[in-house]
Design a protein around this ligand. Structure first.
Ligand code: SF4
Length: 275
């Protein structure tokens, strides 16, 4: 057994490895960690690179994968990529859920019955509140896409980003996600993090590395501590949580991360529910 596998089994190292497939997005949310928008630098990982990371992760003893961006489904082969990743390790793919019509919805059917879950952002049961942060028509597109995916057999989770919604608003949102076919255990609520565009707008909670899950995160620019590490401010990539510029082989950043974690008690990584 590798040292990585032992550390994952002991709870010293989180089992999930994240990949930023790309940084561009069809939206430009007010709190976006990566300042994503249609015309930003794409910083793409190739399909081959992602599959390579997945095989390395499995060989090292990691137990799960995550894909985020930007909006991963702007890459036309993303459903197929996710299906391939899911055949290697259980995978969650984060998406804004606004692109699942026509060919992209048909392509997503490949995810039915696989070990892949799509985690779709939905911040409020009130369309105006949701769309104020995420853009016009976002609510309508998301509430159309979720049941369409669920009907096709795709596992869907919902992620809500926001600050302390009141009890009534929270209950309305939970009633909505249940109506859309997503059970309570697949709904996660997390705070806005004061990085990226949120930091420029003075929004969100301040965090240090000890607040962030130490999940190894691979991007086109290097490997980071946490998927909340490779953020962008004023067009510049943050490097405060950069582990290594080297990502191949994956054991290089994995061993660097493990070295930083040794001595921390198991489970002492995150309390912010931002996995
Ligand atoms: S928060 Fe997500 S959906 Fe919104 S702009 Fe950023 S990457 Fe796109």
């Amino acid at each position: 057994m590798t040292a990585i596998a032992e550390a994952v089994r002991a709870g010293e190292l989180p089992g999930r490895v994240w990949m930023y497939s790309n940084y561009h997005c069809n939206l430009a949310c007010s709190y976006c960690l990566t300042e994503s928008a249609p015309k930003v630098s794409k910083r793409e990982l190739t399909s081959e690179a992602m599959i390579g990371v997945a095989h390395d992760a499995a060989d090292l003893g990691f137990t799960a994968l995550g894909v985020t961006g930007g909006e991963p489904f702007l890459l036309p082969d993303m459903a197929h990529r996710l299906a391939e990743l899911g055949s290697i390790l259980p995978t969650v793919g984060l998406t804004n859920g606004t692109l699942f019509t026509g060919r992209r919805l048909d392509a997503a059917e490949e995810l039915a019955g696989t070990d892949v879950a799509l985690q779709i952002s939905l911040d409020s049961a009130d369309p105006d509140v949701n769309d104020a942060a995420r853009g016009p028509e976002n609510f309508a597109k998301v509430v159309a896409a979720i049941p369409a995916l669920v009907e096709r057999g795709v596992t869907v989770r919902i992620a809500t980003t926001g600050q302390d919604p009141d009890a009534v608003a929270a209950a309305r949102l939970c009633a909505l996600h249940r109506d859309l076919g997503v059970p309570d255990e697949d709904h996660v609520v997390r705070p806005i993090i004061n990085r990226g565009r949120a930091a420029e707008a003075g929004m969100g909670v301040d965090v240090t590395e000890s607040d962030l899950p130490a999940e190894l995160t691979v991007t086109a620019d290097g490997a980071f501590w946490s998927p909340f590490g490779p953020t962008v401010v004023a067009g510049q990539l943050d490097t405060d949580l950069l582990l290594t510029r080297t990502t191949v082989p994956l054991r290089v950043p994995a061993q660097t991360l493990l070295g930083l974690l040794q001595g921390r008690p198991a489970g002492a990584d995150s309390t912010l529910n931002i996995r």
